[in-house]
Design a protein around this ligand. Structure first.
Ligand code: 8YV
Length: 332
């Protein structure tokens, strides 16, 4: 075991020896934010450990915080139970369906996330997918590169103006997508737990009715049990053969087998997908489908946003260990 008495820091010019808190990181932040984390905490990088079990066994008692993320190891009841000193989980991401929130709450472990910062980037990816399924951007690029233009004009595509964008989940990201879609002269309707007073878009209390009235059904809801497989064959049939599905939420929201079947049967026009049921494994049927545009869960993946997300993770930990309120707490 690493000798943790080595881990002292110098504060305010005088040598004020404070033992660093031990943080278990499940995935790396960007280098600058990882350096910030290292400066303040003793960080165990789980992905670098040859023997995960040995680390948890020998150092589990020291770990007071976890830095988690959607594409890292899941934080289930089992790992929470094995860390008796755990007090705080700082999630790198807005969604936190990789965490067992109930198990954390039962142990009195508080949780923070990184909402807001990634809203614009994620909404941009929704529009990138939408524009690509409607106007065949990627296919058009391949067409020119392959020299097909000389053989004839590119097939006609689908106009956005006047079409209806149905947004499932009207949180910050849903609103940012609505703004962008409105700028493309689309009509906006939405479905969420309850109507919002401060937005001018038509509300639907029912996803099937939303899909029926949408040309583009855009998923911007949270993941987790409440939305698991909310989009199944019935919803896809309601969207119809001229309709497109856009998913920047979670793969779990869509019943992927039903999506493949609906695409193969021509029951929907196409799909733009940033998220999948079992990332990074994308079903072969989606990869080989011409009516689908794929991206590798990149909603928040810009240098600027990922850096701000990392800072907010560190700020949440700092606030917690200074005895202050979390900056961006997840309501338990
Ligand atoms: C991931 C995300 O956190 O914010 C979310 O909910 O899904 C993403 O920002 C990111 O891809 C790293 O796992």
């Amino acid at each position: 075991m690493q000798v943790f008495w080595d881990c002292f820091e110098t504060c305010g010019g005088k040598k004020d020896y404070k033992m660093k808190k031990t943080v278990l990181a499940l995935k790396s932040l960007l280098p600058a934010e990882m350096a910030l984390l290292d400066e303040r905490y003793r960080v165990i990088r789980l992905w670098e450990q040859a023997d995960r079990e040995d680390v948890l066994f020998s150092q589990g008692d020291l770990i007071e915080a976890i830095v988690s993320t959607y594409d890292g190891e899941k934080v289930g009841a089992e790992i929470i139970a094995r860390l008796p000193a755990l007090k705080v989980i700082a999630q790198f991401g807005a969604g936190y369906d990789n965490l067992d929130l109930a198990a954390a709450k039962a142990r009195g472990v508080v949780v923070s996330n990184t909402p807001g910062i990634l809203t614009d980037d994620t909404a941009d990816i929704a529009m990138m997918l939408l524009l690509n399924v409607a106007r065949s951007g990627i296919v058009a690029d391949k067409f020119v590169r392959a020299g097909h233009w000389k053989g004839g004009a590119f097939p006609l595509t689908t106009c956005l103006a006047g079409k209806t964008a149905g947004i499932f989940g009207m949180g910050k990201i849903g609103e940012a997508i609505a703004q962008r879609a409105a700028a493309h002269n689309m009509r906006i309707i939405y479905c969420s737990r309850s109507p919002k007073n401060d937005i001018p878009y038509g509300y639907y209390g029912n996803l099937q009715a939303l899909a029926q009235s949408s040309d583009f059904l855009i998923l911007a809801c949270s993941g987790g049990p409440e939305t698991l497989h909310a989009v199944d064959r019935t919803i896809l049939r309601a969207l119809g053969p001229q309709g497109y599905l856009i998913n920047i939420a979670r793969g779990s929201v869509v019943k992927e087998d039903d999506l493949v079947a609906a695409l193969e049967a021509g029951e929907i026009g196409g799909a733009g997908l940033d998220v999948f049921a079992d990332e990074p494994n994308v079903p072969k049927a989606l990869i080989s489908c011409d009516d689908v545009i794929l991206s590798p869960h990149v909603g928040s993946a810009t240098r600027e946003t990922r850096s701000l997300m990392g800072r907010l993770v560190v700020e949440n930990l700092d606030a917690f260990f200074a005895g202050k309120a979390l900056v961006t707490p997840v309501a338990a």
